[in-house]
Design a protein around this ligand. Structure first.
Ligand code: NAP
Ligand code: ZN
Ligand code: ZN
Length: 348
């Protein structure tokens, strides 16, 4: 076994606190990573607070992991000690079902193994995430990162990056398309960067007037304050595609009405409470409502390589791990610009 220490939620209503634990003894196909940075995703909050139900504790959250390879197993030949690498939301899957074979491990028919709040396939031991000094991961679920990049700003790509890149690619967003990004947080700000980079016209729909100037700096062409009914009405029927990243229950009709005929809104935000929806918002204009979940390993590597080539990185606020509970409180108030990343040097 390997000794680890990090920060864990002891239970759903308790703040995160220092935690010592053990990782599995690395096998022939495993990579041991010394974690240098870990992004803070809103899904960490949902799970640490048991919003979705079924959470297990103590829980070390974190699935936007960047670090350096400390050790490799005898059968590992893709990675060497010292390489800069990443780990996202997945650390294993059945590897044999049709979705795994197609590189969509996130849709594994037997259920993927999450980086934390999940159980290892063989031992049944709980998995623990990236708010820690190290992690042991099968080489098949480790991603290569260009060592010239700012590693702290790469970390959020491992979840916020792939979650926004994947649907924009799948729905063929490019020149001539008018795209709306709802919610300017960790996911939203990456959505703006990708949609802009793919050549689309980008409108940010935000509840925060204070994010207007930043939205434009991040690459948006237009900003609409979604609480402003007049501004929303002026935008009705204008957009081909909407990526909705909001982490709370909301009025979907207000956003569906912004779509053109045959437009699609993709939900990536995952609040615990179900949304309500009027059938008329879909019937009129033959609109579609869809969802998307992170991305598989091949597409995540493709996204990281795209980001390296086009210099796309997250805008972050680097925090010591001791500020993790404060960062959760701020994210719940939409006060994030635009991703908190934990500097693991702060871990004592
Ligand atoms: P985040 O950084 O906290 O950003 C969420 C943004 O949503 C806020 O900054 C805010 O933007 C907007 N918002 C509007 N009303 C809100 C409210 N009442 N409460 C909270 N936010 C509100 O979160 P994130 O990390 O981007 O994650 C967003 C959601 O996506 C979460 O539910 C998360 O679990 C989910 N997620 C899904 C996937 C997937 O694969 N589908 C992957 C990762 C995360 P404005 O200030 O601009 O209004
Ligand atoms: Zn995430
Ligand atoms: Zn599978």
């Amino acid at each position: 076994m390997i000794k680890s220490h990090g920060y864990a939620a002891p239970g759903p209503k308790a703040p995160l606190e220092p935690f010592n634990f053990e990782r599995r003894e690395p096998g022939a196909h495993d990579v041991v990573i010394n974690i240098t940075f870990c992004g803070v995703c809103h899904s960490d909050i949902h799970q640490a607070q048991d919003d979705w139900g079924g959470s297990t504790f103590p829980m070390v959250p974190g699935h936007e992991i960047v670090g350096t390879v400390a050790r490799v197993g005898a059968e590992v030949n893709k990675f060497e000690v010292g390489d800069l690498v990443g780990v996202g939301c997945l650390v294993d899957s059945c590897r044999t079902c049709v979705n795994c074979k197609d590189g969509f491990e996130q849709f594994c028919l037997k259920g993927f193994t999450g980086t934390y709040n999940s159980t290892e396939r063989e031992s049944g031991a709980p998995t623990q995430g990236g708010y820690a000094n190290n992690i042991v991961v099968s080489h098949d679920f480790v991603l290569k990162i260009d060592s010239t990049l700012d590693a702290a700003r790469v970390a959020p790509l491992l979840c916020a990056g792939i979650t926004t890149y994947s649907p924009l690619k799948h729905w063929n967003i490019g020149p001539g398309k008018k795209v709306g990004i709802v919610g300017l947080g960790g996911l939203g700000h990456m959505g703006v960067k990708f949609a802009r980079s793919f050549g689309a016209h980008v409108t940010v729909l935000t509840t925060s007037e204070g994010k207007r100037a930043d939205a434009l700096k991040l690459g948006a062409h237009a900003v609409v304050i979604s609480k402003d009914e007049k501004a929303m009405a002026a935008c009705a029927g204008q957009l081909d595609f909407i990526l909705n990243t909001v982490a709370a229950k909301q009025d979907l009709d207000a956003f569906l009405n912004l779509l053109k005929r045959d437009g699609t809104m993709v939900i990536v935000g995952a609040p615990e409470k179900p949304h309500e929806l009027s059938a008329f918002s879909l019937i009129f204009g033959r609109r579609s409502l869809a969802g998307s979940l992170i991305g598989g390993l091949p597409e995540t590597q493709e996204m990281l390589d795209y980001c390296a080539k086009h210099n796309i990185l997250s805008d972050i606020e680097l925090i010591p791990v001791q500020k993790i509970n404060e960062s959760y409180e701020r994210m719940l108030k939409s006060d994030v610009k635009y991703r908190f990343v934990i500097d693991m040097k702060s871990l004592k």
